[in-house]
Structure formats: structure tokens, C-alpha cells
Design a protein around this ligand. Sequence first.
Ligand SMILES: Cc1cc2nc3c(=O)[nH]c(=O)nc-3n(C[C@H](O)[C@H](O)[C@H](O)COP(=O)(O)O)c2cc1C
Length: 217
Amino acid sequence: MKKIIFCVLLALALFLSLASCNKSGDAVNSGDVDLDTECKTLVVYFTAAENSGVDAVSSASVVTVDGEAKGVSQAVAEMTAGETGADLFSIRTSTVYPANMGELIDYADKEQDDDVRPELTSSIDNLDDYATVFVGFPIWWYDLPQVMYSFFDEYDFSGKTIIPFTVHNGSRLSGTPAKIAELEPDATVIADGFTVSMQNAAKAGEDVAEWLHGLGF
Ligand SMILES: Cc1cc2nc3c(=O)[nH]c(=O)nc-3n(C[C@H](O)[C@H](O)[C@H](O)COP(=O)(O)O)c2cc1C
């Protein structure tokens, strides 16, 4: 009898251990990622205003936050870094983008058609220090600006989590998280990145904070 009870208990323990393994396996999917919010975090951004050879006020794209003119992506990047305590990194290129909006639109159109990879002039020396990297940029022609392709060519995000955010004039994320996932197949890319229109960016602080709290920051 004792032997039977022992076997039943053993089988039960085995069943429970298998059941708990399945449970934790089921919990891991692309929509439910455990973010390492304790480790050092980096916020990377690209904005036209810092790459146009003029001050922000004279650039093609500008927003004013607390009396300071800056690029729209920069404004959201600073809100994100302020809320998370993350380090901030600005992508710079040797390409001098037109400060006139119409000219910039034409320039970027051709750059995209020609699949150009603008040269990067700023670099992240310590990417290994970061497990989670926010990456923000404006939507240009329904896509990432070409310089972002240079950026993802340059760095290997294997094993890291990328959290995209975009600024836009109607296109929202425009499918860019999926494109980033293609460019960085061994990274975890958060599908529901933050996005805000250029018109609402200056006062997006509360929405940014709410988004970050939802992610566990
Ligand atoms: C070259 C260019 C192309 C753009 N294409 C789009 C687009 O396809 N969809 C969209 O919603 N907004 C588009 N925009 C609007 C930008 O996303 C918007 O102006 C953004 O706030 C600029 O951010 P920045 O100040 O950080 O450069 C475009 C702007 C530029 C300059």
C-alpha cells in the first residue's frame, strides 16, 4: 500500500512539474516580454534638426518644449530619458539635410529610392552596457529614414530589447517595428512602440510616462 501511495505522489509531483514548465513556456511570447528595467537603458534618436547644419529654429522640423526649440524626435527622446533615467544618444550623419521642408522631402525621397546609407558620425562605444535600447525617429516616406538603416547596419542588437518610438504626421509607426525586427533578427523588438504626431509632441510628456509605466519602468 505504502508503495502505491509513494508511486501516486511521485506521478503527481512529475505532473505538477511538467504543468508548471508548460505554464512558464506559454507565458513567453512576443507580446509578453519581461523587460529588464533595472539595467542601464539607452535612448537613441535621430532628428532632422540636429543634422541640417542650422540651429533648430531654422530647421525644417522643430518643436518648442519649455521655451526651447528642438527636433520633434529629440523632444520625445528627452521625455523618455527623463522618465526612465536612461542615457541619451543622438544619431549624427555627415549628410547635411536641407533646412527647407519641401527640399528635405524631395531629398529624402531620392535617398530612399537610391537606398542610400548615410555615413554615421556619432558612435555608441559601450552598447554592451545596455540590455534595453529605445530607438526613436521620424517617419520619412512611410518608413525609417535611411540613416536608421545605416544605424542598424552598424550595430548588432542580438540579445537586446529594442523599444521603437516614432513621430509622424499621420503614418504613426508605419510598420517600422517589424522592419527593425527584420534588420535585427536576434533582438526582441517591442511591437507596440510609442508614436505621437508632430503637432502633439510638445505636450506628450504624460502619454510618454503612461506608456513607460505600462512597460514597467
Ligand atoms: C522627408 C520627410 C518625409 C516625411 N514622410 C512622412 C510620412 O511618410 N508619414 C508621416 O506621417 N509623416 C511624414 N513626415 C513628417 C515627419 O514624420 C514629422 O515632420 C516629424 O515630426 C519630424 O521629426 P523630426 O523633427 O524629429 O525630424 C515626413 C517628414 C519629412 C521631412
